[in-house]
Design a protein around this ligand. Structure first.
Ligand code: COI
Length: 375
């Protein structure tokens, strides 16, 4: 096993120590916690603690605190309930065989969180506060990080306009929280290839919209397509661009890559309507490191279908923090049903998946200094 520690753990320790801790007096019993962290599904159970910070227009961000996990107190007039000013992130804490706990590129999530906030007229949270909040929660609830391979503590930082006011404007009061969920694979079948519904009636976002921001509204808008997909037996929906209905964008909650017969990869370019995924960016790097050409381009749906049928495209996969790397079996709509190669997991897909997971678990050299040790 190769272990590299480029990020000094003292940095996260120092940032985490800026958060005071109010321990949960009703913590789960060890038996309860063990059963909840043994083989959890995705996003269904939550740890003992959460982080909370508040922002006021006049005074800025308050001091942050780790406190008992529990329901939020929200005024019925809170702006987020009416105008959806909310942004979030998703990242994971990984348990390694030696008992240490690590984060994967949390600084990239912190940066994207700022960009999302700007788009929704929410205040920016500094990278230091983002990292400190996440690390403080993981340190406090370290025993909630599952030890089973491919099971992690999924961390969900989020920010919302909590001000009770029905006028439509940038909020004067905002809350920031981080919650933690011991989680297994996003798709209940694990690494099994998934079926994709190509949505042609409803769009996720459009030019100049919020597509690049990680805001709840994008996911709300994806559900009608997701539902149509599940009526047709598909696990995920693929959106095309709203302007022309021609180009591939992203799936309901993850990015997408295409593998060509010559070993090159292609992924939809960041045109402002799709999420700049941290996993997407990392896979581009890993594929390039392994000598594969990677193109970020506008990919026509019709070309993809034709190239799958002719055998020019040999693999397609989805990727994201939650999905990691998930092979795609087929694309369906009312007009077509096209299976990628033999419908099984492709070899480059699995190679990239194993390499990424290997870096996260400390089994593969972390050449790009992506891992941060928490404790
Ligand atoms: C993630 O991959 O972290 C996401 O936020 C996607 C969501 C659909 C779970």
């Amino acid at each position: 096993m190769t272990e590299q520690t480029h990020h000094n753990p003292e940095v996260l320790n120092r940032l985490a120590s800026a958060f005071s801790v109010l321990p949960n007096p009703n913590k789960a019993t060890p038996e309860d916690r063990e059963s909840k962290t043994d083989k959890p599904a995705f996003g269904q159970v939550f740890s003992d603690s959460m982080v909370r910070m508040t922002w006021h227009k006049e005074s800025g961000w308050s001091h942050g605190q780790v406190e008992p996990y529990g329901p939020l107190h929200l005024d019925p007039a809170a702006a987020v309930l009416h105008y959806a000013q909310e942004v979030f992130e998703g990242l994971k804490a990984y348990h390694r065989e030696d008992g240490s706990i690590w984060l994967f590129r949390p600084d990239a999530n912190a940066e994207r969180f700022k960009e999302s906030a700007r788009r929704l007229s929410l205040p920016e949270l500094s990278t230091d506060d983002f990292l400190g909040a996440v690390a403080a929660l993981v340190q406090q609830d370290a025993q909630w990080v599952p030890t089973r391979r491919e099971y992690t503590l999924y961390l969900r930082p989020f920010m919302y306009a909590s001000e009770p006011f029905l006028g439509v404007r940038a909020p004067h009061q905002v809350d920031f929280c981080v919650i933690a969920s011991p989680s297994g694979p996003y798709f209940s079948g694990g690494v099994k290839p998934v079926s994709i519904w190509v949505e042609n009636r409803w769009f996720r976002t459009g030019p100049g919209g919020t597509g690049f921001a990680k805001c709840g509204g994008n996911y709300a808008a994806s559900l009608v397509g997701e539902n149509r997909g599940s009526e047709h037996g598909c696990e995920q929906v693929c959106f095309v661009d709203a302007a022309t209905g021609t180009y591939l964008e992203e799936l309901g909650g993850m990015n997408m890559f295409i593998v060509h017969r010559d070993g090159s990869l292609e992924t939809p370019s960041l045109t402002g309507t799709i999420l700049p995924g941290v996993t997407r960016r990392s896979l581009i790097q890993l594929a390039q490191d392994a000598g594969h050409e990677v193109r970020e381009s506008m990919i026509r749906l019709d070309d993809l279908l034709e190239d799958i049928r002719s055998g020019e495209v040999t693999e397609v996969f989805a990727c994201g923090t939650a999905a990691i790397v998930t092979p795609i079996k087929c694309f369906k709509s009312e007009a077509f049903d096209v299976t990628v190669a033999d419908g099984e997991s492709g070899s480059l897909t699995m190679q990239l998946r194993n390499q990424l997971l290997g870096i996260q678990l400390g089994e593969v050299t972390d050449l790009h200094n992506w891992m941060w040790k928490v404790c």
